[in-house]
Ligand binder design. Structure first.
Ligand code: FES
Length: 168
């Protein structure tokens, strides 16, 4: 009789254990389904087009909030994101282009930048010169895609202001 009761206890405990394990497994699966398997982060590396498609001077790319400058075969890219609170700055043409030394390299400057939100101003190399902006505009690395020759910007790779990409 005792043996039968032990067996019943054992089977009951086994049943409860299995039920708890099943519920825990289901709860885990439900929670897991709330976490996506894919990353929705925007890619940091973006193809911008063939170098020859860029005009000499400046082109604004609104999707990347980026200014790409071309002088002959030489390119550089400056962020249009204000370093104060992130508004998009506007480029304003200078009446006369100037050549300035930036990071030890000459740079032909054709524009300056103004932020419409709180009035920050930046010189043509992105240096913050007035208003609440705490830092210069970022410069990003440009390269040429090996597969199709397009210009590529890496928006996660900030470079110094002596950076220039020369394409052949
Ligand atoms: S966001 Fe540009 S000055 Fe405030």
């Amino acid at each position: 009789m005792k043996e039968r009761s032990d067996r019943r206890d054992f089977l009951m405990k086994l049943g409860i254990g299995a039920g708890v394990a099943g519920l825990a497994g289901q709860a885990g699966a439900s929670l897991r389904s709330l976490v996506p398997n894919v990353s929705y982060d925007a890619p940091t590396t973006v193809k911008l087009g063939l170098p020859g498609e860029f005009p000499d001077g400046l082109r604004f790319l609104p999707d990347q909030r980026l200014f790409v400058f071309r002088e002959g075969n030489t390119f550089h890219a400056v962020s249009a994101v204000c370093t104060h609170l992130g508004c998009t700055v506007r480029a304003e043409s200078l009446s006369q282009p100037e050549t300035v030394s930036v990071g030890g390299s000459p740079l032909r400057v054709t524009h300056r930048f103004l932020c419409p939100c709180h009035g920050s101003r930046y010189s043509g190399d992105g240096t913050n010169v007035a208003g609440p902006a705490p830092r210069p505009l970022a410069w990003f690395r440009l390269s040429v895609a090996a597969d199709d020759g397009q210009l590529v910007v890496d928006l996660a790779d900030e470079v110094g202001r002596d950076f220039r990409l020369t394409v052949s």
